[in-house]
Design a protein around this ligand. Structure first.
Ligand code: ZN
Ligand code: ZN
Length: 407
């Protein structure tokens, strides 16, 4: 991983795509067995003396106890903020959790250690950005691709918005801990990787028809991470050390791609907008949260089917395409048809994606997540409005085929 990052830094510096690329400020990414011991050496080498661990009861049990022992043995005094669950017994990154963490952070804290999965990282990322205290990431499950990125999706006044905060200065990923993560979190991480099929296609489409900024290097990093997961899906399904390592490395790479690009384009397209729409409705109804990657795996499979059955046949049928009234878009699509066709053809069939999710004991259809047909229907015709990005989903809505989307 160290070599990979050094190589990536050079590639990003040399990239001539014309977009600004953020420097990778992560000093160390250590993935392996028993790497938590390296955490203490890292703290010492950096001169940190007052760390705070941000965790919840489960993630503290998984990794916090062991880190606490190491810190005590090294005579480093530390504090702990155990984020309390909400009324649904979920730990969420909302005002209550954010304020709890900030209040429990002593004034002289010099480093934050996020011990947990996505939500704990979002809380730690917020605290780090607002106090200018650096944070270190210790993932306890390979469940999302956001560990290395700057974005923190936060729930404020019942609405979830992603804020650009800070990236960690180091990651310590203990494979032994990840291997013991709940199976559903491993399936969720895989779901967040599957999303790259549709997100990469949507990004390219947005670039080709609306000149949205695009970087071939960043797309390639994401694509390679996705391919690695697809090649090793059996190992990942076994949940053994090798499989978990492949998955977390892919998630880290996807996060690094977003970090370099400074935005979520490579990793988040129409499938994330659907998931976001579902999540907002759940928040509105105060229903228990669903794992991000579980929603995204399902929405990817749903969207893949729509792209194969509705989107591609439409753009490939010249008379239908030319019946679309936005002539500028028609011209752009016609001009780039081969490339657009190619990127959307690379998305597997919906059934194949469902079988992959099934292999990992993940949910495959919205109903299994408690998302009914009505919400699916509403999301297919409204979720594209949540973001400005011109995705295949937005295009389909513009050509007014909403009524046929679900048939
Ligand atoms: Zn995601
Ligand atoms: Zn570039």
């Amino acid at each position: 991983m160290e070599k990979y990052i050094a190589n990536l830094v050079t590639l990003a510096e040399q990239c001539d795509c014309g977009n600004h690329h953020n420097p990778i400020t992560i000093e160390k990414i250590s993935v392996g067995k028993e790497v938590l011991l390296e955490l203490v050496s890292f703290l010492k080498s950096k001169g940190y003396k007052k760390p705070i661990l941000i965790a919840d009861v489960h993630t503290f049990e998984a990794a916090g106890v062991s880190i606490s022992k190491d810190l005590t043995q090294s005579n480093i005094s530390f504090s702990v903020s155990l984020i309390k669950p909400d009324e649904n017994n979920d730990v969420v990154a909302d005002e209550k959790s954010l304020v709890q963490a900030l209040l429990e952070m002593p004034q002289d804290t010099d480093v934050i250690i996020a011990v947990g999965a996505g939500t704990i990282h979002d809380i730690a990322r917020f605290c780090s950005a607002k106090t200018a205290v650096p944070f270190i990431s210790v993932p306890t499950a390979p469940s999302v691709d956001g560990f290395t990125s700057m974005g923190a999706p936060l729930i404020v006044r019942g609405v979830k918005i992603t804020y650009q905060m800070t990236a960690p200065i180091a990651l310590f990923v203990d494979i032994g801990i990840l291997k013991d993560a709940p199976k559903k979190m491993i399936a969720a991480g895989f779901g967040d990787m599957l999303a790259k099929f549709t997100s990469l296609a949507d990004w390219k489409f947005d670039h080709l028809v609306k000149e949205e900024p695009y970087c071939p290097l960043v797309a390639e990093i994401t694509r390679e991470a996705l391919d690695a997961c697809m090649e090793q899906v059996d190992s990942i399904a076994d949940g053994d050390e090798r499989g978990v390592r492949i998955l977390i490395e892919a998630l880290i790479k996807s996060g690094l791609a977003m970090l370099i690009f400074g935005q979520s384009h490579p990793a988040s397209g129409g499938e994330h907008h659907l998931s976001h729409y579902w999540e907002m409705e759940f928040l509105r109804q105060k229903r228990p949260a669903i794992l991000h990657g579980a929603k995204v795996g399902v929405s990817t499979s749903l969207l893949a089917g729509i792209y194969k059955e509705k989107f591609l046949p439409f753009i490939l049928d010249s008379s239908r395409l030319h019946s679309f009234e936005d002539k500028a878009i028609v011209a752009k699509i016609s001009e780039n048809l081969t490339e657009i066709n190619h990127v959307y053809q690379q998305i597997p069939e919906s059934g194949q994606l469902r079988r992959l999710l099934e292999k990992l004991s993940g949910e495959t259809i919205p109903a299994q997540l408690g998302i009914d047909d009505e919400l699916v229907k509403a999301s297919l015709s409204e979720a594209h409005n949540l973001r400005k990005r011109y995705t295949g989903l937005k295009f389909l809505n513009e050509i007014n085929v909403q009524s046929t989307l679900l048939k």
